[in-house]
Design a protein around this ligand. Structure first.
Ligand code: FAD
Length: 401
């Protein structure tokens, strides 16, 4: 099966290099490996350690701090290949935070913070895998967060709750988003929010952080938690960037990250179609391969076509992000995520249907892809919220939320 149509996308030299290197790493981890991780709900430490040892956790860390200094065009290739390489969307999610949580530090961190942390991240010694935004009373409506950091002398004191926070168990530090001015006292609700760096071991040692795992049915080897902060003391130097500007700092770089999420969906979709096509060629019913039936071929073909369309948009937008022409990046990034998540879902659904009863047998993996594909329609932003953005910002319709 072609991964894409010849000539439809011209990869650059650096993109080809990333693709080859990641494929080499992925080839060391077979289907059994991922099946076992899924069955045991066990984080893929070996896979992540291999990537870290090769410096991939520092993908977005500038070269001056020992990182790879990659841009979005290379990162979409990296993460698509990780998902397509057998581990699916969950494998990409196992490292996604570690890579993207360096971005606010690079853009807004103090020199001391950058000099201390970024080289260690690039060497794979320290992980900043956790990003704490979502709260029980503020999911999609993130400016309604209630976690509050108040200034006391030279320290910040944090109280509040977070939910659905991933990879706390494999992270040394978290990027925390909290209110520093009450919502009622700011002119716009996007103001008065700040960003902090939290040393997780220190927070636990202070007795100011507790967390419980959330049992879930998708991406089962990447764990998510509910967090309780109770009087957590942070030094003044833990503030990332400017007090009160944290929400804008979250938004900065979000479009590029969303394109990379789209690429992770594309990788999952490709993996699902590959498995569907292989089974359709091999399984014989009524004396012929099931893939000879159009009812089996067409859903796979349709999903493939949709994946190609989503890939064109994702990769073209990733290229745009590297140039000066970033005016419409928000529109492209949101459309790419929407189309790629839906295409991945259709691909996984077609792969399950193609497998007949074995579509739900864990041995064939496609049930896992299906659950992950469903998840891509919910995270990191739901499909409806993406459409809200397109309706308002692209089509000029009244704001609906
Ligand atoms: C596996 C997993 C990992 C996660 N990891 C992290 C993490 O590491 N860090 C973090 O901060 N967060 C994380 N999240 C949270 C994730 O970003 C949120 O779940 C997501 O943004 C949706 O928020 P919600 O679940 O509160 O849904 P809600 O906001 O409660 O929405 C519920 C439903 O209503 C719809 N809806 C609500 N308002 C509107 C509207 N105005 N118009 C149309 N539809 C609307 C939504 O689209 C959705 O379908 C994770 C979530 C999951 C499931």
């Amino acid at each position: 099966m072609p991964e894409q149509l010849d000539g439809s996308l011209e990869l650059s030299e650096s993109q080809r290099l990333v693709r080859k290197s990641i494929r080499d790493v992925c080839s060391e981890y077979d289907r059994e490996y991922w099946r076992e991780k899924s069955a045991n709900g066990e984080y893929p430490h070996e896979f992540v350690d291999t990537l870290a040892a090769e410096g991939w956790m520092g993908a977005l860390v500038p070269e001056e701090y020992g990182g790879a200094g990659m841009g979005t065009p290379e990162t979409v290739v990296m993460m698509e290949e990780i998902a397509a390489g057998g581990g699916g969307f969950a494998a990409a999610q196992a490292i996604h935070g570690g890579i993207y949580n360096t971005v606010p530090l690079v853009k807004y961190g103090s020199d001391a913070m950058k000099e201390d942390l970024l080289p260690r991240v690039a060497r794979g010694e320290t992980a900043i895998q956790t990003f704490c935004l979502t709260e029980p009373n503020a999911g999609s409506d993130s400016t309604s967060i209630e976690t509050f950091a108040r200034r006391e002398g030279d320290e910040w004191v944090v109280d509040g709750q977070k939910i659905w926070i991933s990879r706390v168990d494999v992270s040394d530090y978290a990027v925390l988003v909290a209110r520093t001015t009450p919502k009622e006292e700011v002119e716009k609700r996007t103001r008065g929010i700040s960003m902090f760096l939290v040393d997780l071991a220190d927070a636990v040692e202070q007795g100011a952080l507790e967390y419980d795992v959330i049992e879930k049915s998708a991406s089962e080897f990447v764990h998510s938690y509910q967090l309780y902060f109770d009087g957590l003391r942070l030094p003044a130097s833990a503030l990332i960037g400017e007090e009160g500007r944290g929400f804008y700092q979250v938004l900065d770089g979000l479009n590029e990250e969303r394109l990379v999420i789209a690429a992770e969906c594309l990788g999952l979709g490709r993996l699902a179609i590959e498995r569907g096509v292989a089974y359709a060629n091999e399984r014989e019913v009524f004396g012929r391969p099931i893939g000879q039936n159009q009812a089996v071929q067409h859903p796979l073909a349709e999903a493939f076509a949709r994946l190609q369309a989503a890939k064109q948009l994702t990769y073209a937008a990733a290229d745009t992000s590297a140039s000066d022409r970033d005016a419409d990046l928000g529109a492209y990034a949101n459309m790419a995520k929407f189309l790629a998540a839906d295409a991945a879902f259709e691909a996984a659904d077609a792969a399950v249907q193609t497998h007949g009863g074995f579509g739900v047998a864990t041995e064939y993996d496609v049930d896992r892809y299906f659950r992950e594909a469903r998840l891509t329609r919910l995270v990191p932003i739901t499909q409806q919220l993406v459409l809200n953005y397109i309706g308002e910002k692209v089509l000029g319709l009244p704001r609906s939320y």
